[in-house]
Ligand binder design. Structure first.
Ligand code: ADP
Ligand code: MG
Length: 694
């Protein structure tokens, strides 16, 4: 029987395949490029391209594509066949080093935020040898970065790679002070992916799901998630078959899909892979989302990756587990139990605290989208206020260091980093807070604010950059210190005292926290447009510029793209809603009320003394709601027309402050009607039907 080990990674041009198929010197040169960022020689590229082509053709490929991640947040590809004409009407299969290294897709149809006028249509894709090539749909996919003719980045991968180099360089400098030996520091990420599965037949009958990925209308179902019977519950057979198939497809692509379970809401599930290098984690997560949708179709499902497919039940997020490790595999956020490790650990820990405190706005911005606005700050996990959960144990230790006091009951002596052993920090006691947006969970941080449909590239770009920034500052202080141990202790103490306000171990959903956070001066950016508006502050432009992640021009272009994307999303939602009301709901309601009215007339004619309380009562109720709905949708149409007067950030704010509330008004009348119109007369599947399918 074929085992997992037989097919795992069978569609990936991974290290084993390279070692097997490349001449030794070529393999070594390629490894140097991957491990040390050395430039790649064209002869080496030719040899790699040839081996890749032969391998892909043996696996049935006919095409190759440069696979890239434009700022749309999804992946893009342009397929080229390997074929070239040969004499006598025959065909040659070709793939050169040049084609491997560089591609020239037309860049004009991808968002660039004004970076590249459409007449300068040229864009380049450049091979990213740090992420393995793989096969998808009989096509050899080559992970690439995407930039404009003049070198400005047009994708999500390039800034990420830059940020990984930045944090590696800064962390290495700190480690050298501790005498910790390593050649590189790698950021690791394990993204937990939430999703919904519903029956494809229901999905097909709802225009809102089709066009916007979420339900814009829909009354509550009699049962929701209140019985708490779905989380970790037994899987429906259909779902478990889906998950097995999904795992198999992902494993073939070398993705270590590890954990699958039901989530809180009905129809909601989660998949978590084993963590890996950030760059690969990003590529793997993009692929995972794509494969999830594809496999769903095979099983008669639609896979919903939207942050809030259904109102009134939990939405979907993506938990970005993040840590730093040396190239020798030592996790720098592992507390350890020797004094040296402890001091080093605490220094990295407070660097993260400082970074999160000083750049709350950037972290918030990196997770802001129209879809995620339904989660963050909307009475659902987590709030829009960024704070860090450390757990009681670590907080106690840091408090004791701050006050120069012994840690009660654990160590008797004064806390002196680098001299005395800190208490070991038991992992399982630190992972109890599920409400924190940024939680330390034993040996990593879990950034929980990401939306389920997000690329994890941008949040990690921000995280890496801001931590690199703090490490750089720390190095400046420590490298000139006379007494290193004393300087580390003082730095940890001082940093913690200054940035302690960002630490919150309590319930993040409580209204007291909102007040407390305001007292502490923490930001509360309730919506995406507000979050975007913080992007271009001098300190934010500076930090990206300092590490060469985004130039000011690139950052401005991202700002435009984000606002644009937000406005377009709401615009499409509004139009979809108008369409559904005008062409589906109102006609259905009118027909239903007409039916009742005709019934009344007929019944009265037959028996003039009939009371007809139900008929007349219901008819009046329907008529009232119908009028409200009609007025509300007219108003929404007018608002959408008024939007044409704005652009950029003001447009995004207009959608947020005017269009969204009007959509809520439309929905409220519509949903009230849904609850009193006959089931067979309602034009699309209800929440109850969708969430409790068999
Ligand atoms: P939970 O639901 O309790 O948060 P899961 O097992 O669902 O836990 O997910 C934990 C995730 O954290 C996994 O994807 C795992 O690979 C990842 N992870 C574990 N250690 C690290 C690390 N050092 N760096 C990054 N991610 C990590
Ligand atoms: Mg988690």
């Amino acid at each position: 029987m074929e085992t997992v080990a037989d097919y795992f990674g069978s569609l990936v041009f991974n290290d084993c395949v390279m070692r097997e198929r490349l001449p030794k010197d070529v393999y070594k040169a390629l490894r140097r490029t991957v491990d040390e960022g050395k430039d790649l020689d064209i002869n080496i590229a030719n040899a790699v391209a040839n081996a890749m082509k032969n391998w892909a053709i043996e696996k049935g490929c006919t095409h190759y594509t440069h696979w890239f991640q434009p700022m749309t947040g999804i992946t893009a590809e342009k397929h080229e066949a390997f074929i070239a004409p040969a004499e006598g009407g025959k065909v040659l299969l070709e793939f050169s080093g040049k084609e491997l290294i560089k591609g020239e897709p037309d860049a004009s149809s991808f968002p660039s935020g004004g970076l590249r006028a459409t007449f300068e249509a040229r864009g380049y894709t450049a091979w990213d040898p740090t992420s393995y090539a793989f096969i998808k749909d009989e096509t050899l996919c080559i992970p690439t970065a995407f930039c404009s003719y003049s070198g400005e980045v047009l994708d999500k991968k390039t800034p990420l790679l830059r940020s990984m180099e930045a944090i590696s360089a800064e962390a290495m400098k700190i480690l050298s002070l501790f005498g910790t030996d390593c050649r590189r520091v790698i950021t690791t990420v394990g993204p937990e992916q939430e999703y919904f599965l519903i029956d494809k037949k229901d999905y097909d009958r709802r225009k809102d799901l089709l066009y916007t990925g979420r339900t814009l209308l829909g009354a509550r179902s009699p049962k929701g998630q209140e019985m708490e019977d779905h989380y970790f519950g037994a899987l429906r057979t259909r779902v478990s078959e889906y998950m097995q198939d999904l795992d198999r497809e992902l494993w073939k692509l070398g993705i270590y899909a590890k954990t699958s379970h039901n989530e809180v809401a009905p129809c909601q599930h989660e998949l978590a892979p084993v963590f890996t290098t950030t760059n690969i984690a990003v590529d793997n997560n993009q692929l995972t989302m794509e494969i999830m949708k594809k496999v769903a179709e095979r099983h008669g499902f639609a896979c919903l990756l939207h942050e809030k497919p259904f109102e009134g039940v939990n939405g979907s997020g993506k938990h970005n587990n993040w840590s730093l490790s040396t190239d020798k595999g030592v996790n720098l956020l592992e507390p350890g139990d020797s004094p040296k490790d402890n001091a080093q650990f605490l220094l990295f820990l407070v660097a993260v605290l400082k970074a999160v405190d000083e750049y709350q706005d950037l972290l918030r911005m990196a997770v802001a989208s129209a879809g995620n606005d339904h989660r963050l700050g909307a009475n659902e996990a987590p709030p829009a206020i960024v704070s860090v959960f450390l757990g009681d144990e670590l907080t106690e230790i840091l408090d004791a260091i701050a006050e120069g006091k012994p840690v009660s009951g654990r160590t008797k002596e004064r806390m002196q980093l680098g001299v005395h052993v800190l208490p070991a920090i038991p992992k399982d006691t630190t992972d109890r807070n599920r409400t924190s947006p940024f939680a330390f969970t034993g040996n990593k941080f879990e950034f929980r604010m990401l939306g389920s449909s997000f690329s994890v590239a941008e949040p990690n770009t921000v995280l890496n950059t801001i931590v690199a920034k703090e490490l750089r500052g720390f190095y400046e202080v420590l490298s000139s210190a006379k007494d290193f141990t004393a300087a580390v202790t003082e730095l940890v103490r001082e940093t913690y005292i200054r940035h302690k306000r960002i630490v919150f171990n309590g319930n993040n959903y409580s209204s007291e926290w909102v007040e407390e956070a305001a007292r502490r001066g923490l930001m509360n950016l309730a919506s995406a447009p507000e979050a975007y508006d913080t992007m271009l502050s001098p300190k934010n432009i500076e930090v990206f510029d300092e590490f060469g992640i985004y130039s000011s021009v690139e950052l401005h272009s991202r700002y435009e793209i984000l606002n644009d994307e937000y406005s377009k999303t709401i615009h499409i939602e509004a139009l979809t809603m108008i369409d559904m009301i005008n062409r589906q709901v109102l006609p259905a309601v009118m027909a239903a009320s007409k039916g009742i009215a005709e019934g009344i007339v007929a019944k009265k004619a037959a028996l003039p003394d009939m009371r007809l309380d139900a008929e007349t009562g219901r008819l009046a109720e329907i008529e009232a709601l119908e009028n409200d709905l009609y007025a509300a949708v007219k108003e929404l149409e007018a608002d959408v027309a008024r939007a044409a007067a704005f652009s950029g950030s003001p447009l995004a704010h207009f959608y947020r402050n005017t269009v969204i509330p009007q959509m809520a008004a439309v929905r409220s009348s519509c949903d009230a009607l849904e609850l009193i119109i006959g089931q067979k007369d309602w034009p699309y599947p209800t929440y109850g039907e969708m969430l409790f399918y068999v």
